[in-house]
Design a protein. Structure first.
Length: 473
């Protein structure tokens, strides 16, 4: 076994998640499970396991990011840390919030699978099948690294965890290097997907309809790549010290443009179905499967909508009317709410991975970064008019257009995406005094910049969390 993996069997702290009997134990994946692929049944089990882990991780990230971003609350009477940490000055790195969305169990499973596919005999997997499995695993490995850096940002994350287990620990890498690594993984996968020698010898869940063959999956790969390229383009736009240098990397903006144009974006969308198009994680109540942990029964749930959501919205914004519903008032640790989300209305409601409306907002961010303000505003207005039911905005200044993009993205992706906190941090809006795009204070605390590196990582490194020298600054 070549994989260097710390004792970080952290599991998935996702509300309501269940163990799937058809997948391997992702809390403690074994190299022997997939160290050599010998049949296609093994491949299907591997793919199912990888997706099952990320299906839990996406809910974990959405919930915590949306609490930090002042859009959501979780108010269980017995666990005030949902408020005192996520809306407080500090997250305990050894607690359940500090270890959340640290996806190295999934990364390890992907690495084991990659090794197993590469070791498979030619009479087990054809070249096209081999390429298809590797592309899928590389893409979901990139997704896991992306979740790590979206939540840790300038704290960084280890990259080289697939090394000799008897050697030193993989260094913690800078944000820019992690993002560049993710971009390279996705670009490599896209090259294979468009080579003509790729087939998928596995079945993806129903939520991947339209993205379950190499051609469709390639458009998803490019959508994900565009997101990473945007993060790279704006990686130095704002700083943790509160300053806004305004630095934009034009090379990565160009890369983002090329990627998003090759994605499944449709800027002419007007219907809810077309705006919400994209791959989804599905759930079921079948034995051994999992239900959607973001489902909230309004009569009993601890999941609440931060009142800021309603207070910050433009009058008549239909997204608030669709997505928020009244419930009994609940208070915990100094915050209270009498509204909750009406988005995941059953335990089996899917969670979107990436949607067309998110891509439209991303393209608006790209155009704004390039100074193409009319084009950026036009894209924001697609969401404003067709998703929000509002009159088109006519703002003209650069900052007003950016604020318009971030407003539309906030309400179109409300509790459906972890992006609000990431965007506010990226564009210097964490402590902004201009709601609805600035996050502002909560319980007299400024918004957190990032989640901490988990305590287990710090302990394994004798407390040294310094990062390797940065190649991408």
């Amino acid at each position: 076994m070549r994989i260097r993996f710390l004792a970080l069997a952290l599991g998935v702290t996702f509300l309501g998640a269940c163990k799937d009997a058809t997948r391997p134990d992702l809390n403690d994946p074994s190299a022997s499970d997939f160290s050599k692929i010998t049949d296609l049944t093994q491949v299907q089990t591997l793919v199912t396991g990888v997706l099952a882990y990320d299906r839990g991780a996406i809910g974990t990230e959405i919930l915590r990011n949306e609490i930090i971003a002042r859009d959501a609350y979780n108010l269980p009477a017995a666990e005030p840390r949902w408020v005192t940490e996520l809306l407080g000055p500090r997250i305990d790195p050894g607690g359940f919030n500090g270890t959340a969305t640290w996806p190295y169990a999934s990364i390890r499973e992907n690495n084991i699978g990659i090794d197993g596919v590469e070791a498979a005999a030619s009479n087990v997997l054809s070249d096209g099948q081999n390429n298809g499995i590797l592309v899928f695993l590389l893409t979901w490995k990139a997704m896991s690294f992306l979740r790590a850096i979206e939540t840790r940002d300038t704290a960084g994350a280890p990259i080289n965890v697939d090394i000799d287990p008897t050697g030193p620990l993989a260094p913690i890498n800078c944000k820019g290097d992690v993002l560049a690594y993710i971009a390279a993984q996705l670009d490599s996968g896209y090259t294979e997907l468009t080579s003509g020698d790729v087939s998928f010898p596995f079945t993806l869940p129903t939520g991947f309809e339209g993205f379950d063959d190499p051609a469709g999956f390639a458009t998803f790969n490019r959508a994900l790549a565009a997101k990473v390229d945007i993060y790279l383009a704006f990686r130095d736009y704002a700083s943790p010290d509160g300053s806004i240098p305004g630095t934009i990397d034009a090379t990565w903006l160009d890369a983002a443009t090329a990627a998003i144009n090759a994605s499944f974006i449709d800027t002419t969308a007007t219907s809810q179905a077309d705006l919400n198009a994209g791959p989804q994680f599905t759930f079921s109540t079948a034995s051994g499967d999992a239900t959607n942990g973001l489902f909230a029964d309004p009569t009993s749930t601890d999941l609440r909508t931060n009142p800021r959501v309603a207070n910050d919205a433009a009058p008549g914004d239909q997204r608030v009317a669709r997505k928020v519903i009244a419930t009994a008032n609940q208070t915990l640790a100094g915050v209270s709410s009498d509204i909750t989300f009406n988005i995941y209305t059953t335990p089996t409601t899917p969670i979107s991975i990436l949607t067309n409306k998110e891509l439209i907002a991303m393209k608006a961010e790209i155009d704004w970064g390039k100074g193409a303000l009319p084009q950026a505003l036009a894209l924001a207005n697609v969401l404003r008019v067709h998703d929000g039911g509002l009159a088109a905005s006519t703002v003209t200044s650069s900052q007003d257009v950016l604020d318009e993009i971030l407003y539309e993205k906030r309400y179109s992706l409300l509790f459906e995406s972890p992006d609000r906190w990431v965007d506010a941090r990226m564009f210097g809006k964490l402590n902004g005094s201009n709601p609805p795009v600035g996050l502002g204070m909560e319980n007299n605390n400024a918004p957190l910049w990032s989640q901490p590196i988990p305590q287990a990582e710090a302990d394994a490194r004798n407390g040294d969390l310094s990062k390797a020298s940065c190649s991408v600054t």
